[in-house]
Design a protein around this ligand. Structure first.
Ligand code: AHM
Ligand code: MG
Length: 340
């Protein structure tokens, strides 16, 4: 049934109805994430103002102490998610280990990994940033606190994933494994309304997104790919357009809509960057889930992202993600199967 406006809540409920065994836990969980997104969106929009209105002593005009937005976003996500009884544990980019559910709250059957405010170093320049989330079913027995085992699952076990992008509008993009849906926040009445149904990524795009300042630190395969992408060969659509915002959700979202490839490979700038910078559990996995649901592809250059078995909550992974044909070509260069 099509409603006058299809709200996110209505959509989640309709989707869950298709599964007679569903308990409503999933609906509640996604609704909690959407609520956190609305709160974070409100404060992201005020970010510049808070600074202007509250310079003295870190207090704003209401006498409230200012807090870094990524810390605030983390606290908002944790608060929105721990109380509802849907989760048995959480993991966040902003917290060192796993986050337990306080003992006075009920425990649920799911776990959630998230990056509360990715790209937050861009906030002051008014660049789009985002919250990324990934949901698994727990694998340890019900009724007890979740453990690291529940968090360290390969991406193909995700039951839902998505992101909320705070851009010229705020949008929540998510998938529960049957297509990708995007909802735009209408600030006048505070609802996410369906704006993109069954989103698919073009099979081939015109964009490559990579931070080229690391050129000298890359392996030869990545360098060869970038040389290939820049070469003028009009009959096969090259040069590709270079677009790099430096904010993962924004770069990914643009490529999802227009087609193209985003690359964050490993580099030799420091030993910690051998496997790149982006985190497997709450950056690469959820976006890989979304892109595959949209008909695209994601790998570390060799292995599909969703097949990687994690061993650490904060481990990084090279990420090559986007349109199927473009990712395949980049993989061929990275694997040394071609050089030109
Ligand atoms: P963050 O999680 O600390 O915000 O860092 C992740 C961000 C991504 O949004 C973006 O893709 C990447 O860092 C950009 O890194 P670089 O400046 O090295 O290109
Ligand atoms: Mg991040």
């Amino acid at each position: 049934m099509t409603y006058f406006v299809e709200t996110l809540n209505r959509h989640i409920i309709e989707q869950e109805r298709r599964y007679p065994e569903a308990t409503g836990a999933f609906t509640a969980l996604l609704t909690d994430i959407a609520l956190a997104g609305k709160i974070i969106s409100y404060y992201v929009n005020k970010a510049g103002l808070v600074d202007i209105l509250g310079k003295a002593g870190g207090m704003n005009i209401h006498g409230e102490t200012q807090e870094k937005l990524d810390v605030f976003a983390n606290r908002t996500m944790v608060r929105a998610l721990v109380h509802g009884g849907q989760l048995c544990t959480l993991a966040s980019e902003e917290s060192e280990g796993i986050i337990p559910i306080p003992s006075d709250y009920p425990l649920g059957r799911y776990v959630c990994c998230f990056d509360p405010l990715d790209g937050s170093s861009n906030i002051e320049a008014n660049v789009s940033i985002g919250t990324i989330f990934s949901i698994f079913r727990r694998i340890t027995p019900d009724g007890k606190p979740g453990t690291e085992k529940d968090i360290l699952q390969p991406g193909k076990k995700q039951v839902a994933a998505g992101y909320i992008i705070y851009g010229s509008s705020t949008m929540m993009v998510y998938s529960t494994g049957s297509g990708v849906y995007a909802f735009t926040l209408d600030p006048s009445y505070g609802e996410f309304v369906l704006s993109h149904e069954n989103l698919t990524i073009p099979k081939k795009g015109k964009i490559y997104s990579i931070n080229e300042s690391y050129f000298d630190y890359w392996d030869e395969g990545v360098r060869n790919y970038v040389r290939w992408a820049k070469r003028a060969v009009p009959e096969d659509g090259r040069p590709l357009n270079s677009r790099y915002i430096g904010s993962l959700v924004a770069d990914f979202h643009r490529n999802l809509l227009y087609g193209g490839v985003f690359l964050y490979p490993g580099d030799s700038k420091s030993p910690s960057r051998k496997q790149g910078k982006l985190r497997l559990l709450y950056e690469a996995n959820p976006l890989a889930f979304i892109v595959e649901q949209a008909g695209g592809r994601a790998s570390d250059g060799f292995t599909p992202i969703l097949d990687i078995e994690p061993s650490d909550v904060h481990q990084t992974s090279p990420l090559i993600i986007g349109s199927e044909d473009d990712v395949r070509i980049a993989e061929e260069f990275i694997q040394g199967k071609r050089t030109t």
